[in-house]
Design a binder for this molecule. Structure first.
Ligand code: TXA
Ligand code: MG
Length: 346
């Protein structure tokens, strides 16, 4: 398959409108188009078409029991696809459009192939102008997982989308770097209980302001054992993993820096370090992910850094275990998966 590439820098330009119409037509006709969102790039197809969902799973190499998120342009549209409740509208008025996905009991119009056979569906109303314009132009809900090959870090720039998806999808829209860089927060409201399934830029504290109490699913903080069944099927798969072993350092910051200083001298390692550490380390495989205190910057750079680190030919990659508070929880959740829970106490 030949993939069409279009770049959008200004949504108001006539050529941007043409590109969005082209992508919308592809999706209406059962094809696949990759588009930017504020979190990560999405691999979009018609969420009402079971065949489009099967094409998405094939393009990603994703197990078909791992359900897709459907993207809508206004929260009210959710009524047509799932059974909403009061908490949905409270969350919608606080956080939509934005990086939040809500899980609710599905209506029959959503094919089971989209939800991996589950009787619930994940809905999200993205804020990125290109994503919103595309959903409106298609006049359909768009099913879209992250636009990476299964197991790889989600792409936050078009170059990494192309690396995974060139030749596997009909079209890729390059909308520049994604602002947040980690996938949306997922909260389940199924059964009337609010449960955080995947942490993201909307933090659990922010959700608690709206939902009173929010349970944190065990899979958020741990990797589950072989036979355990997570609430979110995606949590059982190894994710975001670089090819070289990835080791997370835990301990006070001085001790971590001392460890890294000696590792760069003695091992062929790449390091995902803080900006402040760069002048102290002398290796040629250093990737600064942001200032120690700037979790937003770290979120934005993490997935690209993991992919970049893999290209350096290192035998091992070191990083720092993030704090579990605020946006740190989202970083923590992604990094323990990328590291398959290899944590070294120094
Ligand atoms: O930011 C995002 O959410 C991005 C952009 C493109 O919108 N999308 C994304 O989709 O991250 P994906 O497919 O890579 O991750 C969706 C996660 C999976 O772990 C899946 O298991 C879970 O959501 N999920 C989807 N529907 C679910 C459901 N009905 N019940 C439980 N988990 C569900
Ligand atoms: Mg994904």
């Amino acid at each position: 398959m030949t993939t069409i590439f279009e770049k959008i820098t200004d949504i108001n330009e006539p050529k941007a409108k043409l590109a969005i119409k082209k992508a919308a037509d592809i999706i209406k006709n059962g094809g696949l188009a990759v588009f930017p969102t504020e979190t990560v790039y999405g691999l979009g197809g018609n969420a009402l078409d079971g065949d489009a969902a099967r094409k998405i799973y094939a393009a990603k190499g994703r197990p078909s029991d791992n359900p897709l998120i459907i993207h809508i342009s206004l929260p009210e549209e959710a009524e047509a696809y799932c059974h909403t409740n009061e908490y949905f509208y409270r969350l919608a008025s606080a956080f939509m459009p934005g990086p939040l996905t809500v899980i609710l009991p599905k209506k029959d119009i959503i094919p089971l192939s989209v939800t991996g056979g589950l009787d619930t569906v994940a809905v999200r109303c993205p804020s990125h102008p290109v994503a919103r314009a595309l959903i409106e132009a298609a006049g359909l809900p768009i099913a879209a997982p992250s636009a990476n090959l299964s197991g790889k870090p989600s792409p936050t720039c078009a170059a990494y989308v192309a690396e995974d998806m060139n030749g596997r999808v009909d079209m890729i829209i390059d909308g520049g770097d994604c602002e947040i860089g980690l996938e949306s927060t997922i909260i389940s409201l199924d059964g009337g209980v609010a449960t955080l399934l995947r942490p993201g830029a909307i933090t659990s504290d922010a959700l608690e302001c709206v939902c009173e109490s929010v349970k944190i699913a065990p899979a958020v903080l741990e990797l589950l054992g072989e036979n355990e069944r997570p609430l979110s099927p995606g949590m059982k798969y190894r994710h975001y993993a670089p090819t070289a072993p990835f080791v997370l350092l835990d301990g006070d910051s001085e001790a971590q820096l001392e460890f890294l200083k000696s590792a760069v001298k003695n091992e062929n390692c790449a390091i995902l370090c803080y900006d402040e550490e760069l002048p102290e380390l002398e290796g040629d495989k250093l990737i600064a992910i942001g200032s120690r205190k700037d979790l937003s910057r770290q979120a934005k750079t993490l997935f690209t850094a993991l992919r970049d680190a893999d290209k350096l030919g290192a035998d091992k990659i070191y990083g720092h275990l993030p704090p579990k508070e605020g946006l740190g929880l989202a970083l923590y959740n992604r990094m323990i998966r990328a590291a398959a829970h290899t944590i070294l106490k120094v």
